[in-house]
Write a protein that binds this ligand. Structure first.
Ligand code: CAA
Length: 258
């Protein structure tokens, strides 16, 4: 796979994807999001890879959708192309686990892209925000919806209406990120977490991801029903037998993804 706007770096069963437009603070141009979608399409069906870590560079995860590309687009341009839906959403539909490793700015579409991943690990330098209001527009890649579910109405409303950025510690306190990591350890730690997941049973990991994501779509009783059925179905797998037998036999499980 060869791309211009992203760099793919394999680490065993983990694919590290680096957003690679450093001069534009990794602004998410249509070319970049298209490449990201293509890479994810390929990784989805490649059994050599189990987990994706998405990152930017030290200064920016991504400073949002590319304003210079968007500024002259008409309503008909964005409506007919179904801008955002056309390429950005691929990471949300990706079935294997995705981790956003965020250093520096994650603004606008950058914050939204990170929120489409399964969880966010933040370097101490990370700054999250939805500054679209300053540009005469609103978040368009889920910022008003996902951010509100993750951090609650009051903080989401303040961020969306005032463009105030929050730092990594505030993001951890309000539940936007799972952990804050020293700047120089971000990628090492994100890869270690990803390797841990990659060593587990992939179909079971995918079911667990599916179950957690379901909680954002349905009522509690429907979500628990969905979870219960998936939980039952894990008993039809060889990996559940292996995992529980290995525990009883005091040895490490060897999962076969079956
Ligand atoms: N789109 C296009 N280019 C961008 C960009 C963006 N979102 N963010 C930064 N850049 C470019 C700058 O234009 C600049 O390019 P030049 O060197 O050619 O002038 C380069 O990246 C470096 O940026 P700055 O000089 O501005 O760097 P800074 O350190 O002074 O400021 C910043 C950093 C505060 C992040 C500032 O760049 C900024 O405010 N960026 C825009 C953030 C933003 O508004 N994002 C929301 C975009 S809209 C959106 O995302 C819609 C959606 O929901 C999908």
């Amino acid at each position: 796979m060869s791309f211009e706007n992203i760099i793919l770096e394999p680490h065993g069963k983990v694919m590290l994807i680096r957003l690679n437009r450093p001069k534009a603070l990794n602004a998410l141009s249509p070319a970049l999001t298209k490449e990201l979608g293509t890479a994810l399409d390929q990784l989805e069906h490649d059994d050599n890879f189990a987990v994706v870590v998405l990152t930017g560079d030290e200064k920016a995860f991504a400073a949002g959708a590319d304003i210079k590309v968007m500024k002259d687009l008409s309503y008909m341009d964005v409506y007919k192309a179904d801008f955002i839906t056309d390429t950005w959403e691929r990471i949300r539909t990706f079935r294997k686990p995705t981790i956003a490793a965020v250093a520096g700015y994650a603004l606008g579409g950058g914050c939204e892209l990170a929120m489409m991943c399964d969880f966010i690990l933040a370097a101490e330098s990370a700054k999250f925000g939805q500054p679209e209001i300053n540009l005469g527009t609103i978040p368009g890649a889920g910022g008003t919806q996902r951010l509100t579910r993750f951090v609650g109405k009051s903080k989401a409303m303040e961020m969306v209406l005032t463009a105030r950025m929050i730092d990594a510690n505030e993001a951890e306190r309000c539940g936007l990120v799972s952990r804050v990591i020293p700047n120089d350890k971000l990628i090492e730690e994100a890869l270690a977490v990803a390797q841990k997941i990659a060593g587990l049973s992939m179909p079971i990991v995918m079911m667990a991801k599916d179950a957690v994501n379901r909680s954002y779509e349905v009522s509690l009783s429907e979500g628990i029903h969905f979870e219960r059925r998936l939980f039952h179905s894990t008993f039809a797998t060889e990996d559940q037998k292996e995992g529980m037998n290995a525990f009883a036999e005091k040895r490490k499980p060897v999962f076969k993804n079956k």
